[in-house]
Design a protein around this ligand. Structure first.
Ligand code: ZN
Length: 281
């Protein structure tokens, strides 16, 4: 947040995923490949984040950094972004979808999607559907939106704008009620949605980006009660077998592990460990 009288302009951090962008309903469209449908999806992703940031710049934001947060994290068509935007791309990144957020004033989550287990969530998953069957923070099932908002909160950054399907925005209303939202589509099921047109979504995102900057002084960073307990149900028992070897990780059920910490940066590292170690099990 920029205190009144501070001459430094507002700095925006945008994490952009793909599953929640307009019209997309199938893995074939979002899995990196030479296919025309993925190439179209990358253009949508690029134009949606660019529209939100154009709105933010128009409302006084001074600089922006975008984290390419989907899959291999090399999806955005960098040459088509506003030249004022800096980009974090590629993996691995210690802060994963939020690498680059430190020192920023506001977070935009663009093209986000529902949690694994959400009914009516197009391509709903929580980071790795091959490892994570459910993730709970302090007992509440959460998706990437809330988890990433908690890491943003750790760095003192409020989530100011989220664009996603309707189901994801219900999670936003529960946990981040201050955020400006853009509903890109209404999920009908895992592989179906009723979507606005891409150009309509970009228009809404430009307006929302401006509104988010104006309302930023009223928006708090998300703060969870401490100590924070993260519990993860894994897909397979072999994954829990391996994860319980990690110092501090407790086995709580045949397919569940838990990790407790006083700060969310440590929880997020434990979560990255679950994703990468679980994939190797
Ligand atoms: Zn994604």
């Amino acid at each position: 947040m920029t205190p009144a009288g501070n001459t430094r302009g507002t700095s925006i951090f945008a994490s952009v995923d793909l599953e929640g962008c307009a019209t997309l309903v199938h893995w074939d469209e979002v899995r990196p490949s030479a296919d025309a449908q993925y190439q179209r999806a990358r253009r949508l992703m690029t134009s949606e984040v660019d529209a939100a940031l154009r709105g933010a710049f128009g409302a006084g934001a001074s600089n922006a950094i975008v984290n390419d947060s989907h899959s291999v994290m090399r999806n955005l068509l960098l040459d088509e972004l506003d030249p004022r935007v800096k980009v974090v791309s590629g993996r691995l990144k210690p802060q994963f979808m939020l690498q680059g957020i430190e020192g920023c004033d506001a977070a935009f989550f663009i093209g986000y999607h529902g949690a694994i287990g959400d009914a009516q969530a197009v391509m709903g998953h929580t980071y790795s559907p091959r490892v994570i069957f459910e993730c709970r923070l302090n007992g509440e099932p959460v998706g990437e939106t809330t988890i990433n908002a908690a890491l943003a909160g750790h760095f003192g950054v409020p989530v100011a704008l989220v664009s996603a399907d309707r189901t994801t925005l219900e999670e936003v209303r529960r946990n981040l009620p201050w955020a400006v939202t853009v509903e890109t589509k209404e999920s009908i099921g895992y592989f179906a949605a009723d979507s606005l047109s891409p150009s309509m979504v970009c228009g809404l995102l430009e307006e929302a980006g401006a509104l988010a900057v104006k309302r930023l002084p009223e928006m708090p960073p998300l703060s969870l009660a401490v100590p924070i307990e993260m519990e993860i149900d894994t897909l397979r028992t072999s994954q829990a077998d391996m994860l319980e070897l990690v110092p501090g990780m407790r086995r709580t059920a045949s397919r569940s592990v838990a990790y407790r910490a006083g700060d969310f940066a440590e929880i997020y590292r434990a979560l990255m460990t679950v994703i990468y170690l679980g994939a190797a099990a």
